[in-house]
Design a protein around this ligand. Sequence first.
Ligand code: SF4
Length: 229
Amino acid sequence: MRQDSNKITMKPDELRALQSKLLQWGKKNYRDYPWRHTRDPYQIMIAEFMLHRTRADQVVPIFIQFLQKYPDVYALAEADPSEIGKVTEHLGLHWRSGHFIAAAKYVVEHYHGTFPRDEKQLLAIPGVGDYVSSAIITVCYNKPHRVVDANIARFINRFFGLYLSGEIRRRKEILELADVLFDIDEPGKFLFAILDFSAAICKSKNPLHQECPLRTNCIYNIETVQYKC
Ligand code: SF4
């Protein structure tokens, strides 16, 4: 049964229960990456640039080396483009090479090296799109703000029984529900929890319904899989 997001009424206590279950799952299962030990917007931006379509474990050693060489926006703004090109080529992100230095120069020139807190200003930084700015706002500034990638969109699509198909992460229904979900006191931790949950349990292929702590309230499970235990 297809549902529209505006027809989904979630009582405040149901929403809090869902957020709490995801956070609890996260606390037991968080993946440990170096960019999860910082609230520095520069480091989060670099991590997200590198993680674009690249496996996280492949990014870890490159991220660490990169920060040793370019510890802040000032160092990166002065970097040799060919050196940055080698890093991005190694990650298969050669087309993103220009973003690294351009973003650092922009923050130095416009904000004296301090990242802005406003979403519009973040989005004006070269290479920074919706996902990177939202990650900075939630993780670094701890402000409730929706963050949606393909994995999070898939989880929302299933849990709320939207049955959308194709490229769904920018669909209005998904964004509206993400707004509701990310209205939470610990948005950064919640982001890590939902990212890890959608990658490990509510996976694209062969989701682990039988292990899922949300299965009794998940519309996809109730209507389609009907895994009960
Ligand atoms: S029950 Fe299945 S579809 Fe629903 S949230 Fe859990 S893993 Fe995803």
